[in-house]
Design a protein around this ligand. Structure first.
Ligand code: FAD
Length: 1024
C-alpha cells in the first residue's frame, strides 16, 4: 500500500470548481431536503428553553460579547486553580470585564438565571475605577469570598458537566444506559491534553485500556455497528507525536495502538482514531496504515478514523482509506467531521509562511466539501461504514436524501449538543441511528475540551448558534453551501489574506515549508543535500578576495568534518576595507533609496532561491536543526524585505516641514558613512543579514565582520548581496576574531557600529568609540539577558511545558532571547516542573541534520567547557537537580533543569540548554518583579497567566524589551515583534522595528529662502 500523498494546500478555486460541479440535485430532491431540514429545525426550536439550559446561556453570553469571552477564559482556567487567592483574582478579573448583571433579567431559562445569579451577583458589585483589592473587600463583606468562589466554580462545573458524560468511565456508562441515553450508540472519549511526557502517554494508554474493558463488558450483544466504542487521540499516546519524529512514532506508537485496537477487537467495539492537526495527517495515516495491516486485527470491522472535511485533502483521505480497507479485505468505520481546529490551522499556516491554507477559509466550502465527502463515503459503503458527525440540520437532511434513507450508516453528535435534532430524528425515522461522542474525565481535564465547545456553540458561523436564534429565519438556514459560496472564484474568505500576503501588498512574507508534508520535506532535504560543496570565506575588499591566515572550518556537529576554509583578515586588511568603504560611500549614498530597496528585495528573493545552500551551511557550520535553520533563513529574508520597505518610506523623499511663507524647509535622511557590522555565531545569517541590510538601505557603506565560528555563511550572504546588485565598493567582508573587530572599531573613519554579542564586548566597543578623538558616532548594541518567565496557577501546564521546552532548549538554548529563569507559583510548581522535565527528557539530542533531532551541538569547545563548569557548579549548589543527563558526543549538552532556592542565585547569562527554576508565593509577585528588574537586564520576558490584571501589572512594572504572554518567548518575527532590549541587554532601537533605520542615518534640514530672488511671488499670487 503506497503512503498517502496529496497536495497539502491546494488552490481553493480549483477545489471549488470540482466540488460545485456536482453539488446540485434535482429540484424534487432539493425540495425533499428543504422539507426534512425544516422539520429538524422546527424540532430544535421547539426544544428551546427545555433541556438545553446551557445552550441558552451560551447564546446569552455569545462570543461576540465581552461577557462571553470573559466567561470562556474563566471556564478554561478556574477549575484548575488550586489556591483560593489566585482563583479570586481570576474571577474578579473576568467578571470585571463584563456586564453580567445586565443579562439577568433577559432570559427565563433556569440555568441562565442560576449562572447569571452566580456571575451577575459578583459582577454587580464591581464598579468602574475600583481596584481588585477594593472589590474583593466589598464582595467579601457582603457575601464572604468563599461563597463567591464556590458559586462561580459551581457555574463552571454545570457548564462542564453539560458537555461531559461522566467523571469516570463507570459513571459515563451508567448515564449512557439510563433515560434518554438509551436512544444512542456511544463512543467514549477520555479527556486530556495530549501527552508531553512518557508518563503521560503511559497514563493515557492505561486509561484507554481500562475504558475499553469497561465499555466492552457493558457492550451487550448487538453486532457492529450497533455497539459502543472508544475514540482515541494519537497525540495522547506518544509524547513526541510529530511528523519529524516519524520513525520513532511508527516504532513506538504503532504497537500501542495495535494493543488497544486488539483489546477493542476482543469486544468487537468501534475503535476510532480522532482527527487532529493538519500537519499530523500524513503521520496519522502512516500509523493507521501500519495498525490496519497488523494480522492480529484481521477479520474485525470495528476499526475506524475521523476525517475532517475542512481539509482540502479530505476526499483524497477517503479514497486512500477505501484502498486500505480493500487491501486488507476489511470494512472500516469512517467518521466524517467538519473539523475542530480551524482557527489553529489558519494561524499556523500564517506563522509558517505556507503557500496556502490546508483548510478552507469559508465555512460554506467546508460544508460543500462535507457533502462531497459524504457522497463518496456512501458510494464506498461496501468497504466503509459511514458515520456522519454533525449538528447541522441542513447537513443531516442532505445526507438522508443522498443516502436514499437512513440505512447502513449512522449519525454522530457530541454529548450536550444536538439532543433536540437527533431526539426527533431517531424517534421519527425507523432505522435511523445516532452515536453520541461522550467525553469522560475529571473537571481539570475538561477545560480545553470545554473551550472548543464554547467556541463551536458561541461562534456566529456555527449552525447550532444560529439555529437556536429565533430571529434568524429558517430560509437563511436552508441556503445551500454552493449557493452561499456563489462562484468558485469566491471560494476564499475575502478578509483572510494568503500567508504570503499577511503583511499587506508592500511586503511579502518569507516563504516557509510545511515539514509535516513529506513531498515538501523530501524536496527540501534533497536541495540541502545537493548544496554541500565546500565553502570559502576570505576578506573581500572592493570585490577582491585578499589573502589571510587560512584555516579549515570544522563543523560543531562532529568537531571534525571540514565545512570549508576561511582566510582571516590581518589588521592591515581591516584598514584596507575601511578605506575602500570610505571611498565607496558617497556613490552608494547617492543611489536613490528606491533602487537600494529594490536590491534588498532582490536579495531576499535570491536567498529563497538559494535556500538549499544556506540551510546546508547553517546546519553544517552552525549546528542548527532543520527547523531552526529554516526559521533563520526566513528571518533573514524578512529583514531584507522589511528594511527595503522602511528604507523606501524614510529615505526616498525629504519630509516637507511647515514654516513661514517665502521659505521651503525640507528634512531628509542620508547615510552616515562607514558602518561596522559585527555579528554573532548564533544567528550567523539572520543577524548578519539584518545588520548589513539595515546599514546598506540607509545609504551607508558597510564593513562586516562575522563571528569567527561562522564566516562561511556570512561570505555566502555577501556574495548574494553583491549578486543582488550591492556594489562591491559598498560592502566589504573581513573575517577574523575579536582583534580584527577591535581594529575596525578603533578606525577613525567609523561612522557607526552595529553589534550583537556579549555585554562585555559591547562595553568594550562603547569605550573604544568614546576614547577616540574622532566623530561621536552611534553604537547599536544588542546583548544578552537573564530572561525570565513567570507562571501563575491559572496557566495550563501542558502549554507551559511546550513553551518552556521551546524557550529554554530550542537551538540548544543558544539564543539571546532564550528562557533562563522560570518562576513558578508554588501551588502548582511540582506538577509544572514534573511536566517540563518529562517533556525535556523526550527531546532528542544529536546530529542536527537528522530531522528528528531537537537539540544540536553547542557552538564550540569553549562554550561546552563553560556550560559543563556551570552544570558542575549547579549540581553542587542547586537546591534540587531535576534533570541532568549526560549525552554522548563532544560538543553536545543535554537539557538541564536546576531548582534554585532563590532567583537571585542566577547572576549571569548561561548560554546553553540549562533552565533554572525558582518558586514564588501567590502574594509575592511584586518581589518576583523586583528580582527581575534587579538583574539589570531587560531583553525578553514570558508570562503565563489567564489573569489580565496580572499581565498588565507585569508589563507596566517591567520595561523589558520583548514580553510574551501565554506563548513561548523566542523567535521574534521581523516587523511583528521588533526585537531588542535595554539596560544591560542593549541600546536599541529594536531590530526589525520601524525605528531601527533612523539610527543608521544622519538628518539634514535644508531651508531655502524662496523669496530671495526679488520677492515672495507665491504669496502675492495667492488667490482668494
Ligand atoms: C461525534 C463527533 C466527533 C468529532 N470528532 C472530531 C475529530 O476527531 N476531530 C475534529 O477535528 N473534530 C471532531 N469533531 C468536531 C467537529 O469538527 C465539530 O463539532 C463540527 O465541525 C461541527 O460541525 P456541524 O456540522 O455541527 O456545525 P456547522 O456549524 O455546520 O460547521 C462548523 C464547522 O465549520 C468550520 N468553519 C467555521 N468557519 C469556517 C471558515 N471560515 N472556513 C472554513 N471552515 C469553517 C468549523 O471549523 C467547523 O468545523 C467531532 C464532532 C462530532 C459530532
Amino acid at each position: 500500500m503506497p503512503a498517502f500523498s496529496a497536495p497539502y494546500a491546494e488552490d481553493d478555486v480549483a477545489v471549488a470548481r470540482r466540488l460545485m460541479r456536482d453539488a446540485r440535485l434535482s429540484p424534487e430532491r432539493e425540495a425533499r431536503i428543504d422539507a426534512t431540514a425544516r422539520e429538524l429545525i422546527g424540532a430544535i426550536r421547539a426544544e428551546r428553553g427545555g433541556l438545553g439550559g446551557v445552550e441558552e446561556m451560551l447564546r446569552e453570553y455569545s462570543l461576540s460579547t465581552k461577557e462571553g469571552l470573559a466567561l470562556m477564559v474563566l471556564a478554561e482556567a478556574l477549575l484548575r486553580v488550586p489556591d483560593g487567592a489566585t482563583a479570586d483574582r481570576l474571577i474578579e478579573d473576568k467578571l470585571g470585564q463584563g456586564d453580567f448583571a445586565h443579562h439577568e433579567s433577559r432570559s427565563e431559562a433556569f440555568l441562565v438565571n442560576a449562572s447569571a445569579w452566580a456571575l451577575g451577583l459578583t459582577a454587580r458589585v464591581i464598579q468602574p475605577g475600583e481596584t481588585p483589592e477594593g472589590i474583593l473587600r466589598q464582595v467579601a463583606k457582603r457575601l464572604g469570598l468563599p461563597a463567591v468562589r464556590a458559586a462561580t466554580r459551581q457555574a463552571m462545573r454545570v457548564m462542564g458537566s453539560h458537555f461531559v458524560l461522566g467523571q469516570t468511565i463507570g459513571e459515563a456508562l451508567r448515564r449512557a444506559a439510563s433515560g434518554e441515553g438509551r436512544l444512542y450508540r456511544y463512543s467514549f472519549d477520555m479527556l486530556g491534553e495530549g501527552a508531553r511526557t512518557a508518563e503521560d502517554a503511559e497514563r493515557y494508554f492505561r486509561s484507554y485500556a481500562d475504558a475499553i474493558d469497561a465499555i466492552g463488558r457493558a457492550a451487550g450483544n448487538e453486532p457492529l455497528p450497533n455497539r459502543p466504542g472508544i475514540s482515541v487521540k494519537l497525540s495522547a499516546l506518544h509524547p513526541r507525536y510529530e511528523a519529524l519524529n516519524r520513525e520513532r512514532v511508527l516504532a513506538e506508537l504503532t504497537p500501542r495502538v495495535v494493543a488497544l485496537a486488539a483489546q477493542a477487537k476482543a469486544y468487537d467495539l468501534n475503535f476510532t482514531v480522532d482527527a487532529e492537526e493538519a500537519d499530523r495527517l500524513e503521520l496519522s495515516l502512516d500509523v493507521i496504515g501500519a495498525v490496519v495491516a497488523d494480522p492480529s486485527l484481521a477479520g474485525w470491522d470495528g476499526f475506524g478514523l475521523a476525517i475532517q472535511s475542512y481539509q482540502k485533502r479530505s476526499l483524497a483521505v477517503i479514497d486512500w482509506i477505501a484502498d486500505l480497507a480493500n487491501a486488507h479485505g476489511r470494512r472500516m468505520m469512517v467518521r466524517l467531521v467538519k473539523g475542530a481546529y480551524w482557527d489553529t490551522e489558519v494561524k499556523r499556516a500564517q506563522e509558517r509562511g505556507l503557500d496556502d491554507y490546508p483548510v478552507f477559509t469559508r465555512k460554506a466550502m467546508t460544508d460543500l466539501s462535507y457533502m462531497a465527502c459524504a457522497e463518496r463515503m456512501l458510494a464506498l459503503r461496501p468497504v466503509i461504514y459511514p458515520q456522519f458527525a454533525t449538528h447541522n440540520a441542513l447537513t443531516v437532511a442532505s445526507i438522508i436524501e443522498r443516502a436514499g434513507g437512513v440505512e447502513d450508516y449512522e449519525f454522530q453528535r457530541l454529548h450536550g449538543m444536538g439532543e433536540a435534532l437527533y431526539g426527533h430524528l431517531v424517534a421519527d425515522r425507523a432505522g435511523a441511528a445516532c452515536r453520541t461522542y461522550a467525553p469522560v474525565g475529571g473537571h481539570r481535564d475538561l477545560l480545553a475540551y470545554l473551550v472548543r465547545r464554547l467556541l463551536e456553540n458561541g461562534a456566529n458561523s456555527s449552525f447550532v448558534s444560529v439555529a437556536a436564534d429565533p430571529n434568524v429565519p429558517v430560509e437563511a438556514l436552508l441556503k445551500r453551501p454552493a449557493e452561499v459560496v456563489g462562484a468558485p472564484e469566491r471560494a476564499r474568505h475575502s478578509r483572510l489574506p494568503l500567508p504570503r500576503d499577511l503583511f499587506g501588498p508592500e511586503r511579502r512574507n518569507s516563504r516557509g515549508v510545511e515539514l509535516g508534508h513529506r513531498p515538501a520535506l523530501d524536496a527540501l532535504l534533497a536541495e540541502i543535500a545537493g548544496a554541500g560543496a565546500p565553502a570559502l570565506a576570505a576578506p573581500l575588499v572592493d570585490g577582491r578576495a585578499l589573502p589571510g591566515a587560512a584555516r579549515d572550518v570544522a563543523s560543531p556537529v562532529d568537531g571534525r568534518t571540514v565545512v570549508g576554509r576561511v582566510s582571516e583578515a590581518a589588521p592591515e586588511t581591516a584598514d584596507a576595507a575601511m578605506a575602500a568603504a570610505r571611498r565607496g560611500f558617497p556613490a552608494w549614498d547617492a543611489v536613490p533609496a528606491e533602487r537600494r530597496a529594490a536590491i534588498l528585495e532582490r536579495a531576499g528573493d535570491l536567498m529563497e532561491a538559494r535556500r538549499g545552500r544556506f540551510l546546508h551551511l547553517l546546519q553544517a557550520e552552525a549546528g542548527k536543526t532543520l527547523d531552526d535553520a529554516l526559521s533563520e533563513l526566513r528571518e533573514a529574508v524578512d529583514f531584507c524585505r522589511y528594511y527595503a520597505l522602511h528604507g523606501r518610506r524614510l529615505f526616498a523623499a525629504p519630509e516637507v516641514m511647515p514654516g513661514p511663507t517665502g521659505e521651503a524647509n525640507r528634512l531628509s535622511l542620508r547615510g552616515r558613512g562607514v558602518f561596522v557590522a559585527i555579528s554573532p555565531w548564533n544567528f550567523p545569517l539572520a543577524i548578519f543579514m539584518g545588520q548589513v541590510a539595515a546599514a546598506l538601505v540607509s545609504g551607508n557603506a558597510v564593513v562586516a565582520k562575522p563571528a569567527e565560528q561562522t564566516p562561511l555563511v556570512a561570505a555566502e550572504a555577501v556574495r548574494l548581496l553583491h549578486d543582488a546588485g550591492v556594489p562591491a565598493s559598498a560592502l566589504h567582508l573581513v573575517p577574523g576574531d575579536g582583534r580584527v573587530g577591535a581594529r575596525l572599531v578603533e578606525h577613525r573613519d567609523v561612522a557607526g557600529v552595529v553589534f550583537t554579542g556579549s555585554t562585555e564586548v559591547a562595553r568594550l566597543i562603547n569605550r573604544t568609540l568614546a576614547a577616540k578623538d574622532a566623530a561621536i558616532v552611534p553604537l547599536i548594541a544588542e546583548t544578552g539577558g537573564i530572561n525570565a518567565m513567570i507562571v501563575d496557577a491559572t496557566a495550563l501546564p501542558e502549554q507551559v511545558a511546550d513553551d518552556v521546552a521551546t524557550s529554554a532548549f530550542r537551538s540548544a538554548g543558544q539564543r539571546c532571547s532564550a528562557l533562563r529563569l522560570l518562576l513558578v507559583q508554588e501551588d502548582v510548581a511540582d506538577r509544572m516542573i514534573e511536566m517540563i522535565v518529562g517533556a525535556a527528557r523526550e527531546l532528542k539530542v544529536g546530529d542536527p541534520r537528522e530531522v528528528s533531532t531537537a537539540i544540536g551541538p553547542v557552538i564550540d569547545g569553549e562554550a561546552k567547557e563553560r556550560l559543563d563548569a556551570h552544570v558542575a557548579r549547579m549540581r553542587r549548589d542547586a537546591k534540587r537537580v531535576h534533570l541532568a543527563d549526560e549525552v554522548p558526543g563532544d560538543l553536545y549538552v543535554a537539557p538541564h533543569v536546576f531548582e534554585l532556592d532563590r532567583p537571585e542565585a542566577l547572576a549571569e547569562e548561561v548560554f546553553g540548554p540549562i533552565l533554572h527554576v525558582a518558586r514564588y508565593r501567590a502574594g509575592d509577585l511584586e518581589r518576583v518583579l523586583e528580582t527581575i528588574e534587579g538583574s539589570g537586564f531587560g531583553l525578553t520576558l514570558g508570562v503565563h497567566s489567564r489573569i489580565d490584571a496580572t499581565v498588565e501589572t507585569v508589563v507596566r512594572r517591567l520595561s523589558v524589551g520583548n514580553v510574551y504572554v501565554n506563548r513561548n518567548m523566542i523567535g521574534a518575527v521581523v516587523g511583528v515583534q521588533p526585537f531588542g532590549g535595554h539596560g544591560l541587554s542593549g541600546t536599541g532601537p529594536k531590530a526589525g522595528g520601524p525605528h531601527y533605520l533612523l539610527r543608521f542615518a544622519t538628518e539634514q534640514t535644508v531651508t531655502i529662502n524662496t523669496a530671495a530672488a526679488g520677492g515672495n511671488a507665491a504669496l502675492i499670487a495667492m488667490e482668494e
